[in-house]
Write a protein that binds this ligand. Structure first.
Ligand code: GLU
Length: 450
C-alpha cells in the first residue's frame, strides 16, 4: 500500500514553526517512501477563514519548497503542486460530512441532543500504538461522572474538528497521521470514529513539541514562532529546513549540515526522537547552519538573493555593470551569515557617499594618516596592472619606505575605502573597486583632513 500523508493546518493567519515542522516531517516521509503528500486546509471555522490566512500557509510551504501532490483543480491554483492543483479545503466538502453524519445517525452510532449531534463513544479503553510515542491506552469512561459521548455537529449545524478530520483522513485514504503531540489527546476519539465508519484507522505518529530554550511551551508570541519571520530576517529556506529536520529527528552521526535530498533519503519515522525538541532562542545553531548553507549556494542563487537583500536595505545595484556586481558579491561569499548582513558588509561597493563609523573616522583623521594616504594614492596610480597582488605589493612598498609594518596603512585605507574597520579582504576589495573608485575615495578622505 502506498504511503499517503497529509498536512492539515487550520488557517489562523499564522504558520507556527511547529506547524512548519509537522508539514516538513509529512513531506519528508512521503518523499522518502515515494508516497503522496496531501495539503488540506481545515477551514470549517468560517469566522477565522480568510484568503489571507490561507495565503500565510501556502506562502510558507512554498518558501520552504514543500510541494504538495494533489487536490482539486482550482481556477486560482498557484502551485507548486503538479498540474496546478490547489489544496483541499474542508469548507468545500460539507455535503460529504453531512452524508457521513446521516450514516452514523441511521446506524444508531450517533444521536441528536439539543439540536446538536453527539457521537456514541465506545465504552472500552482505546489502544493507540503510536509509531513515535509507543503504546498509549486511553479510557474516556474511567470516571463515571464524565459522559464520553461528544458533539460532532454543533447546534448551528457546523461539524466539529474531530468529525471532519477523521472523515477526510478516511476519504483521502491517509495511511499515516503525523502530527504534533498536542493531538494525542484527541486520538482516542478519532480511532473510535474510524471504527464507527467501519474503517481501520491510519497509523499515528505524534511528534514531540518544540519548546523554548527554557523548556516552556512555544507560543505564538514567542520570538521566532512565526515561520515567515525567518525570510524577513535573512535566513535561507535550506537552512531553516535543515534546522527543523534536526528538531526532533536525528541523522545519528555528527554531520548536521544536510541538503534536503539527503534527509529525504535517510528520514524515517522510527528515527523521530521521543523527547521534546528545544528551540535555541539564541539562534546559534540556526545561524551556523545558515552560514554553512550560504557558503554552499551556487553563485547565481547567492547573487540573486544578495541583490534582493541589498535592494530591500536600499542599496541599488542596477546601475552597475554585471561583472562589477558579481565581483563585489563574490567577496562576500563565505562571509555572510545571513542575506540580511549584505548591506552592512557589501553596501560600500555601491555607494560612494557611504557613512563612516564615528569611532573609525576619529582614528582615521589623525595627522600621520594624511601623508600615508597620499603615498598610497601615488603608489596605486603607478600600478601597471591594478589587481589585488599589485595593490598588496604597492602597499607593502609604501610601508617599507616609511619604515612601517603593513598594519598602520591597512586600517586607514580600509576605512577610507569602505567606511568600516572590517569587511572583505582589503586587497580583493581594492581590485573590485578599481583604480578610479579607489583614487576618488582616497581623495574624498584627504579632503576631510583639516
Ligand atoms: N487542523 C488541525 C491542526 O491544525 C489538524 C490536526 C491534525 O493534523 O490532525 O492542529
Amino acid at each position: 500500500m502506498s504511503v499517503r500523508v497529509r498536512f492539515a493546518p487550520s488557517p489562523t493567519g499564522f504558520l507556527h514553526i511547529g506547524g512548519a515542522r509537522t508539514a516538513l516531517f509529512n513531506w519528508l516521509y512521503a518523499r522518502h517512501c515515494g508516497g503522496t503528500f496531501v495539503l488540506r486546509i481545515e477551514d470549517t471555522d468560517a469566522a477565522r477563514n480568510t484568503q489571507a490566512a490561507v495565503d500565510v500557509i501556502l506562502d510558507g510551504l512554498r518558501w520552504l519548497g514543500l510541494d504538495w501532490d494533489e487536490g482539486p483543480i482550482t481556477a486560482d491554483a498557484t502551485g507548486p503542486c503538479k498540474g496546478d492543483r490547489g489544496p483541499y479545503f474542508q469548507s468545500q466538502r460539507k455535503e460529504l460530512y453531512q452524508r457521513r453524519v446521516e450514516a452514523l445517525l441511521s446506524h444508531g452510532l450517533a444521536y441528536r441532543q439539543d439540536g446538536a449531534v453527539k457521537f456514541k463513544m465506545m465504552r472500552e479503553p482505546v489502544v493507540i500504538d503510536d509509531l513515535v510515542v509507543g503504546r498509549v491506552v486511553r479510557n474516556l469512561t474511567d470516571r463515571e461522572e464524565v459522559d464520553p459521548d461528544f458533539v460532532i455537529v454543533r447546534s448551528d449545524g457546523e461539524p466539529v474538528f474531530h468529525l471532519v478530520n477523521v472523515i477526510d483522513d478516511l476519504e483521502m485514504s491517509i495511511t499515516h497521521v503525523i502530527r504534533g503531540e498536542d493531538h494525542l489527546s484527541n486520538t482516542a476519539k478519532h480511532i473510535a470514529l474510524f471504527r464507527a465508519f467501519g474503517v481501520e484507522p491510519p497509523k499515528y505518529a505524534h511528534i514531540p513539541l518544540i519548546l523554548n530554550g527554557d523548556g516552556s511551551k512555544m507560543s505564538k508570541r514567542d520570538q521566532g514562532a512565526s515561520l515567515m519571520s525567518y525570510p524577513q530576517e535573512g535566513y535561507l529556506p535550506e537552512a531553516l529546513l535543515n534546522y527543523l529536520c534536526l528538531l526532533g529527528w536525528s541523522p545519528k552521526d555528527n554531520n548536521e549540515v544536510l541538503p534536503i535530498a539527503e534527509v529525504v533519503e535517510r528520514f524515517d519515522l522510527p528515527n523521530i526522537l521521543r523527547h521534546n525538541a528545544r528551540f535555541d532562542s539564541k539562534r546559534e545553531k540556526l545561524d551556523w547552519l545558515n552560514f554553512e548553507h550560504m557558503r554552499r549556494l551556487e553563485s547565481d542563487r547567492f547573487n540573486e538573493l544578495v541583490v534582493h537583500a541589498l535592494g530591500k536595505s536600499g542599496v541599488e545595484t542596477d546601475a552597475f555593470p554585471l561583472p562589477y556586481v558579481k565581483a563585489a558579491l563574490g567577496t562576500g561569499k563565505d562571509k555572510l551569515k545571513k542575506t540580511s548582513d549584505a548591506a552592512a558588509y557589501l553596501g560600500f561597493y555601491f555607494k560612494d557617499a557611504f557613512e563612516t563609523d564615528e569611532a573609525e573616522l576619529a582614528k582615521l583623521l589623525v595627522p600621520e594618516n594624511k601623508d600615508r594616504l597620499i603615498k598610497l594614492r601615488e603608489a596605486f596610480a603607478g600600478l601597471a596592472t591594478f589587481d589585488s597582488a599589485g595593490a598588496e605589493a604597492a602597499l607593502k612598498g609604501v610601508a617599507a619606505a616609511l619604515g612601517l609594518k603593513a598594519g598602520p596603512l591597512v586600517h586607514p585605507l580600509r576605512v577610507a575605502l569602505t567606511g568600516k574597520g572590517s569587511g572583505p579582504s582589503l586587497y580583493h576589495l581594492i581590485e573590485v573597486l578599481g583604480r578610479e573608485r579607489v583614487a576618488n575615495r582616497i581623495d574624498a578622505t584627504l579632503a576631510r583632513f583639516q
